[in-house]
Design a protein around this ligand. Structure first.
Ligand SMILES: [Zn+2]
Length: 367
């Protein structure tokens, strides 16, 4: 019995010694199951990692925002179907004209097209860069104030990033006398003696009652004019408008014969209102053409109206417009077009001028 007691005591002492060792080694209040405790070491290390490696947590936080980012799109997507009609904003503006000339007191309103077509707010805000040169009202009506240049801007009220600009040139009021000063120098051939050279004013060959062509001037149809004419015919045809040349080039001799026929029939005074004297006909220049029908009523036909509205786009003008008879020296001829080129025709059309007004010249016979 005593032996058993001693053995038990020894055994207990031994066990307690073991426990003490284990706790001292690890600093843990471990138990005999210390070894089984290993899993707890991992958790202990894991938290240490997460704090000890902040970079990791940054990388970890970055994906997080991405996740948050992916969330909002989803929200937007889910709201999109409801809001979709609202975001249709104006994204473009085009104008019917980007540069034009005005006289003082004269007005012009460019036509504005905003895209997309279904943008609900197509409000326009107009501004002039120099109100002392040209003013603009809220509808886009631009009015010349004094000679000079300025830029008029139209901005979408819906989307202020979208705008278009038009250059405005206002002709100084004394421009006409100015352009006339170029005339005397070049116009001297308009004397009674024989004309030896064609007259160019502002780069435009001028043939009227003041300015004659030499009798031997016979260049034939101007190639640029002919190309433009055929392009115009082709484009007109696409719109169901049929145009053709009734009378093109006429030589000095042709004109002389024709004019004399008219003088014999109607007398010189009347013939001078509708037929040019030899050397004074644009048909001799190769730049003037009579289209379709030599009748005033041509101006009222679909063809005549199309021609008046569109010929400037091809470099032509209606040479003898209605209401300008006293300036051109000829009756209204809705069928007679004159090629002046793209530098001039759109401007002349825009301003509603005849060639004499545009160049500041006269059209009168010397006798
Ligand atoms: Zn003609």
């Amino acid at each position: 019995m005593k032996k058993l007691l001693i053995l038990t005591l020894v055994a207990v002492l031994f066990l307690s010694a073991c426990v003490k060792d284990a706790s001292e080694n690890d600093g843990n209040k471990g138990t005999l199951y210390y070894t089984i405790d290993v899993p707890t070491e991992a958790p202990t290390e894991a938290p240490a990692d997460s704090t000890a490696v902040p970079t990791d947590s940054i990388t970890e936080t970055e994906p997080a925002p991405t996740e948050t980012e992916t969330v909002p799109p989803e929200t937007t997507e889910s709201t999109a179907p409801e809001t979709e009609p609202v975001p249709v904003k104006v994204d473009g503006i085009t104008l019917s004209i980007y540069e034009f000339w005005l006289n003082v007191g004269e007005s012009h309103m460019p036509i504005v097209t905003m895209t997309p077509e279904d943008a609900p707010d197509k409000g326009e805000k107009w501004e002039s860069s120099d109100k002392t040169v040209a003013t603009v009202d809220k509808y886009g009506n631009i009015t010349g104030v004094k000679g000079g240049d300025c830029t008029v801007t139209v901005t979408s009220t819906d989307n202020p990033d979208v705008y278009a600009e038009v250059k405005v040139h206002v002709k100084p009021e004394e421009t006409e006398p100015e352009s006339v000063t170029t005339v005397p120098a070049e116009s001297e051939p308009a004397e009674k003696g024989e004309v030896t050279e064609p007259t160019y004013i502002g780069g435009i060959l001028v043939v009227n009652k003041t300015y004659a062509l030499p009798a031997d001037y016979n260049p034939g149809v101007d190639p640029a004019a002919q190309d433009a004419l055929y392009q115009m015919f082709a484009d007109a045809a696409k719109e169901g408008i049929s145009l053709w040349v009734k009378s093109g080039v006429r030589t000095y001799a042709d004109q002389k014969w024709q004019y004399n026929v008219y003088v014999e029939r109607d007398g010189k005074a009347l013939a001078d209102t509708y037929s040019a004297r030899p050397g004074h006909s644009e048909h001799q220049s190769g730049l003037g053409f009579d289209l379709n029908s030599l009748s005033t009523s041509f101006g009222e036909t679909a063809e005549g109206k199309w021609l008046a509205a569109n010929c400037h786009k091809y470099g032509f003008i209606i040479r003898y417009p209605a209401g300008k008879e006293n300036i051109t020296g000829y009756m209204y001829e809705p069928w007679h077009v004159r090629y002046v080129g793209m530098d001039h025709a759109p401007v002349i059309h825009e301003k509603g001028l005849c060639l004499e007004e545009y160049l500041g010249i006269t059209s009168q016979y010397n006798d």
